[in-house]
Design a protein. Structure first.
Lengths: 112, 116
């Protein structure tokens, strides 16, 4: 039973436009959410996180939005750049735990 | 880059053989983790360690054991490898744990393991 779902396996956007990656979760005990980016043949790298006490967190071109009532979060990348082309993983965790649960990932392609 | 080294980077072995993967860190971080990544599954936690000799199971721990006898090394062992354990294995480290600080985890570049 998937607790973290990324229903879009892939997304293609034009350079300079906004990329929106979505993530849904089913476990209401999750209270901390993270996004990771992964290039081929490399390990994932941390992008941005958000606590359940917030509904938005921003870091440069990256913004994460959390809608707890809908159990939904999204990652916005503005403006998108070709170097953003990668697989993006959404992940979630319960307070006090170290057991991070990942979604299956969304492959983002940013076209020049 | 965080000092994480996974070895070997690639390995091909046969069903039934024992396999040990090594994760070595130079950051003196308390937490270390082993994940596997498979198509259609994202990353799944196998085991993690919260200190020397302190380990706990993750989501997919069956068939795997771990050991951490010193801060810098976290070993993952497949006692009798099966084809279902063919995967890419990632080690990660964290100073304060996933929910601590601004850099929850740093990942190594992975070990590609094929079991025939």
């Amino acid at each position: 039973d998937q607790q973290v779902k990324q229903n879009s396996p892939s997304l293609s956007v034009q350079e300079g436009r906004i990329s929106i990656l979505n993530c849904d979760y089913t476990n209401s005990m999750f209270d901390y959410f993270l996004w990771y980016k992964k290039y081929p043949a490399e390990g994932p790298t941390f992008l941005i996180s958000i606590s359940s006490i917030k509904d938005k967190n921003e870091d440069g071109r990256f913004t994460v939005f959390l809608n707890k009532s809908a159990k939904h979060l999204s990652l916005h990348i503005v403006p998108s750049q070709p170097g953003d082309s990668a697989v993006y993983f959404c992940a979630a965790i319960q307070g006090g735990s170290e057991k991070l649960v990942f979604g299956k990932g969304t492959k983002l392609t940013v076209n020049p | 880059d965080a000092g994480i080294t996974q070895s070997p980077r690639h390995k091909v072995t046969e069903t039934g053989t024992p396999v040990t993967l090594r994760c070595h860190q130079t950051e003196n971080h308390r937490y270390m983790y082993w994940y596997r990544q498979d198509p259609g599954h994202g990353l799944r936690l196998i085991h993690y360690s919260y200190g020397v000799k302190d380990t706990d199971k993750g989501e997919v721990s069956d068939g795997y054991s771990v050991s951490r006898s010193k801060t810098e090394d976290f070993l993952l062992t497949l006692e009798s490898a099966t084809s279902s354990q063919t995967s890419v294995y990632f080690c990660a480290i964290s100073e304060l744990g996933v929910q601590g600080g601004n850099q929850p985890q740093h990942f190594g570049d992975g070990t590609r393991l094929s079991i025939l």
